[in-house]
Design a protein around this ligand. Structure first.
Ligand SMILES: *Cc1c(COP(=O)(O)O)cnc(C)c1O
Length: 341
């Protein structure tokens, strides 16, 4: 059991400082051996690449307390691989996959008291990230970088937990057609904040982005992918080169096809088709699966009656299976669960 006693069901999704973080520096063309630090502040040069040209990217995964009391992580190898892709796209050095996984495990272990208890509804969010530390003025990649991992206990991403989320479709685009939409980086988030704030002001929880090139296909929200269920019970999720390849979404498709023996496909989804779906949800590490109750767009409103009070039955089955694997109630596919301690 966790020694730290917080009001777990009500902690919300917010930064909460924990004792230990991992820090490694890229200097002279290589990563140092790394260290664990109790200092939560970062001191960098005023002209550091991250401050001037936004050379930074991040990852997000969770550590879970299982039914048996173990602490585990979910598929950290995929976060390591995705971060490597983000780094390459932003001209940053890759932090090796094996070292990434080891550093995640060690950082979680050193903050084990902050992993919320099984069944509390809270989990430990793990945030690996990298940024350019050395000064730049001309537009070019920096020379030195820092890779860090901190952890923070979190509750559900959306207030009210499994309550339906209402979404608006605005004129804002999340990413340029051939830009960095597939990269998990602050630059995309910075560009999405205005749309999210706009949606909040109008009383919606989130904004649905359409593809910037034609504005006809469903993309994603600021921080989660979409997953839909057709009237005949098939799972569908958008395929696009300009959305973030969600590990949750990929895992859900695998679970649907291989464990629940359901039909599941990834394909372009015209916005026109959304009104024909039986269920809609947002998926991601933070959102897990959050049901969408309503989508409001210029031409009208789409309601998902199945998800107005809670999650629809098909998404609920997917949710129960995925979280069952993460919390150790269900045996997952090989390699999905990495034991911390
Ligand atoms: C992190 C993220 C997601 C969710 O990905 P997961 O790997 O499932 O956590 C979706 N969209 C964006 C833009 C993201 O940054």
């Amino acid at each position: 059991m966790a020694e730290i006693n917080l009001d777990w069901p009500n902690i919300g999704f917010a930064y909460r400082e924990t004792p230990v973080r991992f820090v490694s520096d890229f200097v002279d063309g290589k990563w140092d051996e790394g260290r664990f630090s109790t200092d939560s502040n970062v001191t960098i040069n005023e002209s550091a690449g991250v401050l001037q040209y936004a050379q930074t990217c991040f990852e997000g995964l969770k550590a879970y307390r299982t039914e048996k009391g173990d602490i585990v992580c979910f598929r950290p190898d995929l976060n390591a691989a995705r971060m490597a892709e983000s780094c390459k796209r932003l001209c940053m050095p890759v932090f090796p996959v094996d070292r990434f996984i080891k550093a995640v495990v060690e950082t979680v272990k050193r903050n084990a008291d902050y992993v919320p208890p099984y069944g509390s509804g809270a989990t430990l969010y793990v945030r690996p990230y990298m940024f350019a530390t050395s000064p730049v003025l001309g537009v070019k990649p920096a020379v030195n970088y820092q890779f860090r991992i901190f952890v923070s206990p979190v509750g559900p991403y959306f207030k009210g937990g499994a309550k339906p989320v209402s979404i608006m479709v605005s004129d804002f685009d999340r990413a340029a057609p051939h830009g960095t939409g597939h990269v998990k980086a602050g630059l995309n988030y910075a560009m999405s904040l205005f749309a999210i704030e706009h949606a909040h002001e109008l009383g919606f929880n989130e904004n649905m982005y359409l593809d910037a090139a034609t504005r006809t296909y469903v993309e994603e929200t600021g921080g989660a992918n979409f997953i839909f269920v057709t009237k005949d019970g098939k799972i569908v999720t958008p395929k696009s080169g300009t959305i973030l390849p969600s590990i949750t979404r990929r895992s859900l498709i695998y679970v649907a096809q291989n464990i629940l023996k359901m039909d599941a496909e990834e394909r372009p989804i015209p916005f026109e088709e959304v009104k024909t779906f039986a269920e809609a949800g947002l998926c991601g590490t933070a959102a897990v699966i959050s049901p969408v109750g309503r989508v409001t767009y210029e031409g009208g409103v789409i309601n998902f009656p199945s998800g107005m009070e809670k999650m629809g039955p098909v998404l609920q089955k997917l949710y129960d299976t995925l979280t069952g694997i993460q919390m150790g109630r269900i045996e997952g596919p090989e390699g999905w669960i990495v034991k911390v301690c």
